[in-house]
Design a protein around this ligand. Structure first.
Ligand code: 5GP
Length: 179
């Protein structure tokens, strides 16, 4: 384990087992449907790449990058699209893949923005949910784990761009923030 990680919240094995379950459910729900999986950069990349390999129906991939104004650990709700989808989305069912839903501000903006483009449906799959922190009403259609109000890193989630490559999810030691 990395020396700056104080505690492992979810092991690599727990994450992979959950992704198999999510993939099976999503495969059933999207049978015969034109599915576009939209990963939200950068945090969702690791989760998305494991998840799509457990989805057994045809699908296409695309990505969006958004930046929310605020500090590194608090989002403000004002969202800017830094990278958009490559194609229009009429006739497609969109599945947004997120790393974590915290206040819900980013996701609410994204869902509303994508619905306005006229797809057949928009659903959300998140690896992690922190329901206690919600500021706006938004709920994932597929959720890996509900976690307590702690700042987590690993498996795509960063602190100042570090720790994304860890195969597990952990909580930083307090001293890691002061570096
Ligand atoms: P929201 O708009 O729901 O407050 O924030 C969503 C984004 O904030 C996530 O996609 C993620 O980038 C970041 N975020 C929220 N909570 C955490 C956390 O515990 N750890 C990390 N590394 N990022 C988080």
């Amino acid at each position: 384990m990395e020396s700056e990680i104080g505690k492992v919240l979810l092991t690599a094995e727990e994450i992979q087992a959950k992704i198999k379950e999510l993939g099976a459910t999503i495969s059933q729900d999207y049978q015969g449907k034109n599915l576009l999986v939209v990963g939200i950069l950068k945090g969702a990349v690791i989760f998305m790449s494991d998840l799509v390999r457990e989805i057994k129906v045809p699908l296409a991939l695309d990505f969006m990058a958004v930046s929310s104004y605020g500090t590194s650990t608090e989002s403000s709700g004002v969202v800017r699209i830094m990278k958009d989808l490559e194609r229009s989305v009429e006739e497609t069912h969109i599945l947004i893949v997120e790393d974590i839903i915290d206040t819900g501000l980013t996701l609410k903006y994204l869902v509303e923005n994508l619905i306005a483009r006229g797809p057949l449906s928009v659903k959300v799959c998140t690896l992690l949910d922190k329901p206690s922190r919600r500021k706006v009403e938004v709920a994932p259609d597929y959720n890996g784990f509900s976690i307590p109000d702690e700042f987590v890193v690993g498996y795509g989630l960063d602190f100042s761009e570090r720790f994304r490559h860890l195969p597990y999810i952990g909580v930083l030691k307090p001293e890691a923030y002061s570096k």
